[in-house]
Write a protein that binds this ligand. Structure first.
Ligand SMILES: [Zn+2]
Length: 224
């Protein structure tokens, strides 16, 4: 059985497998670091509800909603006006600091950060690039959900080149306004790391289903 505990004030839930105490490589899932992206938290919840077997047996570390104030108030930022996805180099941050601390002690085999994009026209994802050809996982994750929501066909998203829904940012070039969760975890753990995006102007039910499919596919590959 997985355990649930609370960190920070206002509290944030974390769900973790007892395997966290062994040297097993963990799967890190998080959603809701931006509160105005409700399809991501909803999708993760649905995945958990429909995946009881995996939930009970896999080495999971789940942060189902990193910004509950933002979710309640439909805000990207937290109650202090901070973008919690830009403080992952601030070890004394009251919420993110302890998560950095906890995850630094672990070995991770997959990181999935679930997001939504207000300007999004379809599903897309970020996968840090170290050069060379992309792996298969990014493609498979998008394939698993594109019957629900087609891929975003924009060639450039947030100033980065996007090819058929896949953005491969260079890890040595963090955004000027601060360190994101995915990049911090990638630089620390060097494991497959995906930031998944759905278009937040679409129907919530479809967006949640798309997240559920993509989580499921990524976990299937990481557990194979
Ligand atoms: Zn976001």
């Amino acid at each position: 059985m997985h355990r649930v505990s609370e960190i920070s004030d206002p509290f944030v839930y974390v769900v973790f497998s007892p395997l966290i105490e062994s040297d097993v490589k963990m799967i890190y899932l998080s959603a809701g670091v931006h509160g105005d992206e409700s399809g991501a938290t909803e999708g993760l919840l649905r995945w958990a509800e429909s995946s009881q077997l995996q939930l009970n047996s896999l080495p999971l570390l789940i942060f189902p909603c990193l910004n509950p104030w933002g979710l309640k108030n439909n805000s990207r930022f937290d109650s202090q006006g901070i973008d919690l996805n830009r403080v992952w180099d601030q070890f004394n941050h009251p919420l993110i600091g302890p998560i950095i601390d906890q995850t630094n002690k672990l070995s991770l085999k997959l990181v999935l950060n679930l997001h939504e994009d207000y300007d999004g026209q379809g599903i897309y994802l970020y996968e840090p690039s170290t050069g060379g050809r992309p792996g298969e996982w990014a493609e498979r994750i998008l394939l698993s959900a594109e019957l629900l929501i087609p891929r975003d066909q924009r060639k450039s998203i947030e100033g980065r080149k996007c090819r058929n829904g896949i953005i491969r940012p260079r890890p040595h070039k963090p955004p000027a306004d601060g360190m994101p969760e995915a990049l911090h975890l990638y630089l620390t753990h060097h494991c497959p790391t995906f930031t998944i995006e759905t278009p937040s102007e679409m129907d919530l039910d479809i967006r949640a289903q798309a997240h559920e499919k993509m989580i499921s596919e990524a976990i299937r590959m990481a557990s194979a």
